[in-house]
Write a protein that binds this ligand. Sequence first.
Ligand SMILES: *[C@@H]1O[C@H](CO)[C@@H](O)[C@H](O)[C@H]1NC(C)=O
Length: 163
Amino acid sequence: MNGGTTLHPKLCARLAALVLSSRCLLVVSSSWRKEPEYMSAFLSKIQSLNVTAPFLAGQTGVIDHVPIMGMMRQLGMFVGDARRDALTCARIQRAQEIQAYLREKDPGHARRWVIVDDLDIGQVSSVAGLEDLELGRTFVKVDPDAGLTEANVEAVRGVMERG
Ligand SMILES: *[C@@H]1O[C@H](CO)[C@@H](O)[C@H](O)[C@H]1NC(C)=O
């Protein structure tokens, strides 16, 4: 669902079909949730495809990236390439935002969850504190150019079925 300002009807329909058929709750974690215009376009599109409350379950919060930069500095994680370092920071930030949501909404870890993102947060699975996301098992990486593919959908179903 990422990759710019355009909502692709086919990808939206695929996402809606996945949510409705698996009866999962959809929580938006993409960076564009911070853009009211994109977010409202997405919400009206997905609602028009019958994904409404309770399946449309909101969005993750926003975590400040400055302390993450500080942690990266402390741990010697900077590689000295501004673009790569910013990407690592963005991945940790995204993972922490998802983790904060899960900790708040599901403190007992009673629910199954699948994380679908085009930011490769699997890359930061070893960062201290992110272990409870179980990224090795729960993360499905989406190609930002392709969006949510049928293969991604199968991967999501696989995670949900394995529990
Ligand atoms: C949404 O639900 C209505 C009422 O059940 C149905 O007629 C319509 O076909 C559904 N639309 C989609 C895209 O599934």
